[in-house]
Design a protein around this ligand. Structure first.
Ligand SMILES: *[C@@H]1O[C@H](CO)[C@@H](O)[C@H](O)[C@H]1NC(C)=O
Length: 255
């Protein structure tokens, strides 16, 4: 059930990110002008709110992150196993054993190329702002040792900084195992212990100055010494803003 729902949502998302919401292909374009002045009845189809809904449904907003409006979609793939992270799909542990590759796409107002976008500030300003942005991608496990007993949470699995936008695949696909500049915490492959159920593995995209970032003192609790502390504290401490997230579930074969 969980798998089916998540994949359905994720596929709908991927489709809508590329074009328009499923089943609504022509409507937004053929609406009369007056309709554009009113709140749109199909606004809940937006990619932002769909991603947010899934994050809320799985308590990632709350356990891991404060509430936020996603402004980037994170597309994450494990090239060796050809698995893709799809907002809560189940992945086998051995499929995520080496570094993933990824891209991220701005999803701000992507459905409303006309009226709504024209209300935004001068596009030149926006472009300049975008150019200056730097990003950090992290992977965290809020369910260490288990979701019911998160005494080691969060476990820091990966921190990669100095990412710029728009981003192409930052890794040589032939050599995803090789560490790259900007990796301040090496990729620790998810290894959920036996009989600890499904863990949520959460990727978070952070925006902000990455020139002087330091890794946490240790991986458990991201160095904050208490359960349920992690990326939220680290982002706050370093002045970084959460702009996107994606996640998968993985569990030990022995349950
Ligand atoms: C990130 O970029 C800054 C500025 O170019 C540089 O000083 C810093 O060493 C880089 N950080 C990493 C981890 O590569």
């Amino acid at each position: 059930m969980r798998l089916t729902t998540s994949i359905g949502i994720a596929l709908a998302l991927l489709d809508s990110a590329a074009s328009l919401p499923v089943g609504e292909e022509q409507r937004p374009l053929s609406l009369p002008d007056e309709a554009l002045e009113r709140p749109m009845p199909y606004a809940h189809y937006s990619v932002q709110s769909t991603i947010r809904d899934v994050l809320v449904e799985h308590d990632i907003i709350d356990d891991v992150l404060d509430d936020f409006e996603p402004s980037y979609y994170l597309d994450i793939n494990y090239p060796k196993s050809h698995e893709t992270v799809l907002l809560g799909n189940d992945l086998p542990v051995d499929a995520v054993s080496s570094r993933p590759v990824f891209t991220f796409h701005s999803i701000d107002n992507s459905f409303y190329p006309t009226r709504r976008r024209s209300k935004k500030s001068d596009p030149c300003t926006t472009r300049t702002e975008r150019k200056k942005s730097t990003f950090t991608l992290i992977l965290t496990d809020p369910d260490a040792k288990s979701r019911d007993n998160p005494k080691m949470s969060e476990m820091c699995h990966w921190i990669l900084t100095n990412l710029t936008t728009p981003i192409e695949l930052p890794y040589d696909l032939q050599e995803p195992l090789k560490a790259k500049p900007g990796e301040i915490e090496e990729y620790l492959p998810p290894g959920p212990p036996p009989k600890t159920g499904a863990h949520r593995y959460v990727f978070v995209l952070l925006e902000g100055d990455t020139a002087n970032l330091n890794p946490p003192a240790e991986r458990p609790h991201w160095g904050y010494g208490k359960p349920r502390h992690g990326v939220r504290d680290w982002a706050k401490e370093n002045g970084l803003t959460v702009v996107g997230a994606n996640f998968f579930f993985a569990q030990n074969e022995k349950q």
